[in-house]
Design a protein around this ligand. Sequence first.
Ligand code: PHE
Length: 339
Amino acid sequence: MIERIKNLLTEVDALNAANEEELEALRLKYLSKKGLVNQLMADFRNVPAEMKREVGMRINEAKTALQDRFNQLKAELATTEEDHSDLDLTRTPYPVMVGTRHPLSIVKQEIVDIFSRLGFSLADGPEVEDDWHVYGSMNFAEDHPARDMQDTFFVETHPDIILRSHTSSVQSRVMEKQQPPIRVICPGRVYRNEAISARAHCFFHQVEGLYIDKDVSFTDLKQVLLTFAREMFGPDTKIRLRPSYFPFTEPSAEMDISCNICGGEGCSFCKHTGWVEILGCGMVDPNVLEANGIDSTIYKGYAFGMGIERITNLKYQVKDLRMFSENDVRFLDEFMAAN
Ligand code: PHE
């Protein structure tokens, strides 16, 4: 009996299991009801009384050693499974889908880059504004029809609080904080209460520019805008300025560029005129400077404002404005190359 137990003990260290089945075979052979350990227990009855103590101790020793070894093998198997060592690491991975920047962001960034190179820095203001910053400080008279013209969204309970209808409000935000020289561009979202169609939306994006210093002239404005047009649409681009009206600039103009689709020849995009309008501009009205705490006898300035959607349309010929806000991935994916 002692001999059998000793033999069993020498086997213990050599026991191994490469997988669940082999482990189960070990359990059946040694630790199950009919296993070797239980057989020893059964034979224990026949052990002479004087030997019982020693034999009993040895059986227990063998049983514990087997149980420990079994638990150890089981744990080893479990960790190998967690290693996922059966995964096929040579298989081609799933394609990783990378998003694209929105076309309006791409074009906004391009506009910002061009003006940054010309020495302008970025400025920002709130989209939910008060009447003063959007209209009052921008020289709109109290009963000025432009307040209606711009289809303003009002907050019902606070008629003084509105959604800004142009980024010119940021001009005022900058001037009230900073004395000249001022050279800023302000990209941002604006809102107008328009019926949504292919050609109009209730929100869109503008970039405002403001330059204030001593001795600023209309020529400076013209040269900066010409440089911008050529950087944005190519070195052969021509510009033309048509007299216009804005309450906050005097004189005011609208700027056209030679149609970049037909090169000025005339096509359906430019309605066969060879020109397309891209922005409004002018010399800052002295009333605006004064209303915002800047001495108009010392300083002059120019300002301009353009729609980012308009510029994007010209660059990429997006026919329907709604495409910009519908987040259709098929549309957005088309700008993958421009990223
Ligand atoms: N705020 C004008 C608009 O929304 C654009 C503009 C800005 C015109 C600055 C002149 C100077 O149409």
